[in-house]
Structure formats: C-alpha cells, structure tokens
Ligand binder design. Structure first.
Ligand SMILES: [Zn+2]
Length: 55
C-alpha cells in the first residue's frame, strides 16, 4: 500500500488541498475542488496531462 500511496499523492501541488481521485479502465485522474487543478494519468499511453487553470 505504501507504493500506491507515493504514486498517487493526494495533495494539490498548487494549494495543498486534498485531491479527489477517480479511476476507470483507461485512466486515473486527480482533481482539486479548491483551485480546479487536475491531473489525468493514462498509464497505458505513458501520458500525464495536467490542467492548471492558473497558468
Ligand atoms: Zn488546489
């Protein structure tokens, strides 16, 4: 479980808030309800997409 925990750190890098994680068969995503930061991870493609509205 420790490995999983470090792989999916549920803390927003922008504001330090708790991220909400969701998973489906092709991807996983984490989003921050406080600042709209969002990460999408497509493990099969080796792609990580970061949505950062502040940039
Ligand atoms: Zn945030």
């Amino acid at each position: 479980m420790n490995k999983l925990k470090s792989l999916f750190e549920h803390k927003c890098p922008k504001c330090g808030g708790t991220l909400t994680a969701s998973y489906d068969s092709i991807s996983s995503s984490k989003s921050c309800p406080a600042c709209s930061y969002k990460e999408e991870i497509h493990a099969a493609l080796g792609v990580r997409i970061i949505h950062d509205p502040a940039k």
